[in-house]
Design a protein around this ligand. Structure first.
Ligand SMILES: Cc1cc2nc3c(=O)[nH]c(=O)nc-3n(C[C@H](O)[C@H](O)[C@H](O)COP(=O)(O)OP(=O)(O)OC[C@H]3O[C@@H](n4cnc5c(N)ncnc54)[C@H](O)[C@@H]3O)c2cc1C
Length: 555
């Protein structure tokens, strides 16, 4: 039963919902739960055959989270966080997928999710304030609201390499891994790409393969994960302190992770003191390496001290000096590409069955039926693993043909880079929300913290509209322009834009170079979103009836 007033056009579609949610990862699942909670009828479409999103697709060997599991988990239900037992500091992919399935069952979500169906098109009907949503099974449904929970890292990028389709062996993409177990035993394997997924997969594949060739274009900074089994006592400590841990992650931490906040810059310490601090963080392991000091992302000289430390560590670990040199990143500041967390990545290059090929000096020329040709040399392989990442943040949205007011296409509007207000809505596309969209902290954070914040904000906003009889809501162009400028301005006060990263769209040929996520921090960002809501959704226009616009507030 719909919680929303009936509207013209709604009864005309065969199926009509208050809201359509696209995607059943952590974002889509929680969105469904919240919208149901306020009484809306909801349909979720998921192109995969199960829930979990990232953890459904990325089944490659070694896949695991890089934010600690006790924190990389939902906080919206205390019962859920008290009852779930994480086995390791960083849970492996199968366990995170089990958790997603547990959540789907525990909250009875499956009945409103349609699997194996892609959303292909969404068209806004201005006369009725209704979206028509067309799906890959040939159906069209109508909905007052559409929520894109399509994921920031869900559109796997297959590189355009000459001859790839001629390769006779198996080709796997880490972001689209088969469901059955792949055994590389006895095979010569090539891994192309050394980002986060490559760095996780390489040590595990090296243990199985007869020979592993790692094709590296850009070396990455990676910190040891120091993964270990969690004891019951450690779990209990977290559970008892969850109220404070979750509060801190939401309100105080820049990246949504509970950790001690640095009180000084890297150059405030002398060499010995600084080295001791880096050593302690290296020994502790994990993503919080970058929060040893408060200016590593801001000041190049400070950043150099951390980058030098990691380069020294690589040189200590990797026995062959030439290989060590190739593995040392030098062309961008540490942390300005998502820092990687590994288990024995650099150590793997000491194995006799592992070879590193530097694509910077010897780019791949083509792929033959049984080999990768780079620098005029043929590297024979039986299987290829593409660890080549994603068309990040906008890739999955761009695959849907979305047309808003005056038939404007979202893809056309975003041709020079994504434009949103708060990363939540784009002007000209009423009642269309994006979870962790470009212009929000998203990939710069513990994403479950950012997902929960967006979902709660959207659900509260829809309840607000319903309670006051508003039919449509839309970002004001002015407010959007100011937000886009602010996102850009904040980014350029940091070192981040200095790297050719996927944050900048630099991994996709032809994609505009715009720093997409909001780097102002999850705490300040949450406060901005809350303040805007408290002012009656300042910067958004709300429409009471089809043709009598009422401005809720202007920017
Ligand atoms: C290997 C890997 C490790 C990661 N580790 C971490 C980590 O440790 N910490 C962290 O904070 N983040 C991590 N991330 C980021 C991760 O993506 C998020 O944490 C989170 O899982 C995103 O959830 P989501 O629901 O927003 O998106 P996703 O999990 O990507 O789910 C989106 C879903 O939408 C579906 N979809 C997309 N388009 C359509 C369409 N048109 N029609 C139907 N369905 C569609 C997709 O099939 C997908 O299932 C990692 C990402 C990867 C790839």
């Amino acid at each position: 039963m719909s919680a929303l007033p009936s509207m013209p056009g709604k009864s005309q579609a065969a199926e009509a919902y208050d809201a359509v949610v696209v995607g059943a990862g952590f974002a889509g699942m929680y969105m469904l739960h919240r919208l149901r909670g306020i009484g809306l009828s909801v349909r979720v479409y998921e192109q995969g055959s199960g829930v979990g999103g990232t953890w459904y697709w990325n089944r490659y060997p070694g896949a695991r989270c890089d934010v600690e599991s006790m924190q990389y988990s939902y906080s919206f239900s205390d019962e859920l966080q008290q009852e779930w037992d994480w086995s390791e500091r960083y849970a492996p992919q199968p366990e995170i997928l089990r958790y997603a399935n547990h959540v789907a069952d525990r909250f009875g979500l499956r009945s409103d999710i349609q699997f194996n169906v892609r959303v292909e098109q969404a068209v806004f009907d201005e006369s009725a304030n209704i979206w028509s949503v067309a799906t890959s099974d040939g159906r069209t449904v109508s909905a007052k609201f559409v929520v894109l929970a399509t994921g920031c890292l869900s559109n796997a990028r297959v590189p355009d390499i000459k001859g790839l389709d001629q390769f006779q062996g198996q080709v796997y993409h880490t972001g689209h891994w088969p469901h059955e177990r792949i055994d590389f035993k006895g095979l010569r394997v090539g891994v192309i790409g050394t980002g986060s997924s490559g760095i996780q997969a390489v040590p595990v594949i090296a243990e199985q393969a007869k020979h592993l060739i790692v094709f590296q274009r850009t070396p990455n900074y990676s910190i040891p994960a120091r993964n270990e089994t969690l004891t019951e006592q450690e779990r209990q400590e977290f559970r008892q302190n969850y109220p404070e841990i979750r509060r801190f992650a939401r309100e105080e931490a820049k990246n949504g992770i509970y950790t001690d906040l640095p009180d000084r810059g890297a150059l405030d310490d002398g060499d010995n003191e600084r080295r001791a601090r880096y050593e302690a963080r290296w020994a502790r392991g994990g993503l919080t390496f970058m929060s040893v000091y408060n200016n590593l992302g801001l000041d190049k000289a400070a950043n150099d001290t951390a980058a030098d430390f990691v380069r020294e560590k690589i040189a200590e670990i990797v026995k062959d000096p030439q290989t060590a040199k190739l593995l040392q990143p030098t062309t961008y500041p540490i942390g300005t590409k998502r820092i990687c967390i590994d288990t024995d990545y650099f150590e793997t290059f000491n194995r006799p069955n592992v070879t590193l090929v530097d694509l910077k000096s010897d780019p791949i020329e083509e792929i033959l039926s049984n080999a990768v040709r780079a620098g005029a040399k043929d590297y024979e392989v039986d299987a290829l693993v593409l660890a080549t990442g994603f068309d990040a943040m906008t890739g999955s949205v761009a695959k849907i043909d979305i047309s808003g007011r005056h038939s404007e296409r979202l893809n056309r509007k975003w041709a020079e880079g994504p434009k949103t207000y708060l990363g939540l809505m784009s002007a000209g596309f009423p009642n269309l929300f994006i979870i962790t969209g470009p212009g929000s902290p998203s990939v710069l954070s513990n994403m479950i913290v950012s997902i929960e914040q967006h979902v709660d904000w959207i659900a509260d906003c829809i309840a607000y509209m319903r309670d006051r009889g508003f039919e449509a809501m839309e970002a004001n162009k002015d407010a959007e322009d100011k937000w886009v400028a602010h996102v850009n301005e904040v980014a350029y006060t940091t070192l981040y834009p200095q790297a050719n990263s996927w944050y900048m769209g630099a991994n996709i040929p032809g994609k505009p170079r715009i720093f997409m996520p909001y780097i102002g921090g999850v705490g300040p960002y949450r406060q901005i979103c809350n303040d805007i809501a408290a002012k009656g959704y300042e910067g958004f226009a709300m429409t009471a009836a089809a043709r009598s616009p009422k401005m809720a507030a202007s920017s």
